[in-house]
Structures are given as structure tokens and as C-alpha cells.
Ligand binder design. Structure first.
Ligand code: SF4
Ligand code: SF4
Length: 124
């Protein structure tokens, strides 16, 4: 497989599925919308458990580290576990999105992972 075009943190596979234009800031929402469009063209991505291309425009990203790093790292860990993935796995984005959908979203497990997120009410 070719080199990954984007690094995507695992739990963003859930956030992207529910994204409808709302986010931490206007700049962040525009960037997230752009990324969603790019990812839907099915590039090769590397699944990570750290700051990624989406975090890049987030006001909660302080010099490369999320201000809720511990909380979101656990979301990432749960997504990797439930999708039977390891950090650093490389695949087409839509294959990753399908794993998240089949293993977490369809069986309605999302809230078990990130029910304490401030966007919880929007992600249904
Ligand atoms: S509740 Fe938060 S972490 Fe969970 S999918 Fe929505 S935005 Fe992402
Ligand atoms: S910096 Fe934190 S809050 Fe912002 S997108 Fe990344 S994981 Fe989410």
C-alpha cells in the first residue's frame, strides 16, 4: 500500500460520521468540513492515537497537544480496540469509516466511548 496521505486519530472516525458543520470555532468547522470532503474521496490514511490533521485547526490544540489529551486518548484507544486496529495501521479512509460504522455506530456503542464529550447530544 502507498504512503498515507493523512494521519487521522482513531476517534475522529466517529466525529467525522456525525459532523454537520458545528465545531469548536468557525475556523475549526471550516477545516473539519474540508477534511471530511477530502476523506470522502477515499485517500490512504494512517490511524493514530495523537494530534492529527483535524486537530491542526482546533483551538484546544496547544502546541501540538490536545488540552483534553487524556480523555481523547482513551476514546482513540477504545475505537482501535473495537475495530480491531493498531495505532499506525494504514488503509483507505472509507475502509476505516466502515469499520467504525460496523463495530461502533451501527450497534450503538458510540456513547459507551465518548458519552462524556461536550458534543454528545449532537452525535446521534
Ligand atoms: S460525542 Fe464528541 S468525541 Fe464523540 S463522536 Fe461526537 S464529537 Fe466525536
Ligand atoms: S485538539 Fe483535542 S478537542 Fe481538538 S480536535 Fe483534536 S482531539 Fe478534538
Amino acid at each position: 500500500m502507498k504512503e498515507a496521505q493523512y494521519r487521522i486519530r482513531a476517534h475522529h472516525g466517529m466525529c467525522l460520521a456525525f459532523f454537520k458543520g458545528k465545531g469548536y470555532s468557525n475556523e475549526f468547522s471550516i477545516h473539519m468540513g474540508d477534511m471530511k470532503e477530502k476523506l470522502e474521496k477515499n485517500p490512504i490514511v494512517s490511524i493514530i492515537g495523537n494530534t492529527d490533521i483535524i486537530c491542526k485547526a482546533c483551538p484546544n490544540n496547544e502546541r501540538g497537544t490536545c488540552i483534553t489529551a487524556e480523555k481523547v486518548a482513551e476514546y482513540d484507544r477504545q475505537v482501535l480496540l473495537r475495530c480491531n486496529l493498531s495505532e499506525g495501521d494504514v488503509m483507505h479512509y472509507l475502509d476505516f469509516a466502515k469499520l467504525v460504522n460496523d463495530n461502533i455506530l451501527l450497534p450503538e456503542k458510540r456513547e459507551e466511548i465518548c458519552g462524556d464529550c461536550c458534543w454528545n447530544e449532537l452525535c446521534h
